[in-house]
Design a protein around this ligand. Structure first.
Ligand code: ATP
Ligand code: MTE
Length: 207
């Protein structure tokens, strides 16, 4: 495949992250989108290695969501995509279906763990159908993860739950993301341990 300039990394460990906020009302301007700023702020604090972002605010339309994911991976070379919104049970909530349409293999552990974390915060966590997939194309693979739409759920699910001393009670899903990105051939990313400690088996840790 021929790649555009957008594919180039400024440094070998730079990760390209696509952020997609999916909300009918925020995309129409009925309210201000808080999803993209919350995602970006959390990631900028959590990552200690370089990152670049591509941001999209779109309506709850299955085909548009799939096309946006495909464009971010296939045309812009994103390694990781985080979506927020559209995972609930109402008719307009189609993010998991659109994500599956863009994926080549499902990664069900992310959704399972997020529902476990979110149940510590709200009993309605079981209403979220969020999932994760890999999109594997000819010479590139990306991880795509759905987060719920409530802006506060972004920090909760990525970071998990901590006690008053900052000790982890339920690990956030982002702990597993750096090693997953290693395994799919992406850049070696590192995190700020005060926010989220990345877990890698000893043999995979680069000193
Ligand atoms: N992108 C967003 N920015 C700010 N607040 C949001 C956003 N998405 C959701 N919320 C808030 O979380 C609540 C529950 O999220 P949910 O996804 O169920 O929203 P929704 O009512 O389906 O949104 P929409 O109609 O815009 O798609 C919303 O009522 C709203 O207050
Ligand atoms: N961590 C967390 N998870 C959460 C919530 C929340 O407030 N915090 N809200 C729940 C609710 S009320 C719903 S309906 C589902 C789906 O939300 P979405 O349609 O905005 O994705 O996420 C659930 N998961």
């Amino acid at each position: 495949m021929k790649h555009t300039e957008a594919w180039q990394r400024t440094t070998p460990n730079e990760i390209k992250i696509g952020l997609i906020s999916i909300s009918d009302r925020a995309s129409k301007g009925v309210y201000t989108d808080e999803g993209l700023p919350a995602l970006k702020a959390w990631l900028q604090n959590a990552l200690s290695t370089p990152c670049v972002f591509q941001e999209r605010l779109i309506a709850d339309e299955r085909e548009i969501i799939t096309e946006t994911i495909v464009d971010l991976v296939d045309e812009l070379g994103c390694d990781l995509i985080l979506t927020t919104g559209g995972t609930g049970p109402s008719r307009r909530d189609v993010t998991p279906e659109a994500t599956m349409d863009a994926g080549t293999r499902e990664m069900p552990g992310f959704g399972e763990q997020m529902r476990q974390i979110s149940l510590r915060f709200v009993p309605t966590a079981i209403l979220s159908r969020q999932t994760a997939v890999l999109r594997e194309i000819e010479d590139h693979t990306a991880l795509i993860i759905n987060l719920p739409g409530q802006p506060k759920s972004i920090k909760e699910t990525l970071e998990g739950l901590k006690d008053a001393d900052g000790k982890s009670i339920v690990p956030g899903i982002f702990a597993a993301v750096p090693y997953c990105i290693d395994l799919i051939g992406g850049p070696y990313i590192e995190t700020n341990e005060a926010i989220i400690k990345a877990f890698r088996p000893k043999s995979a840790i680069k000193k």
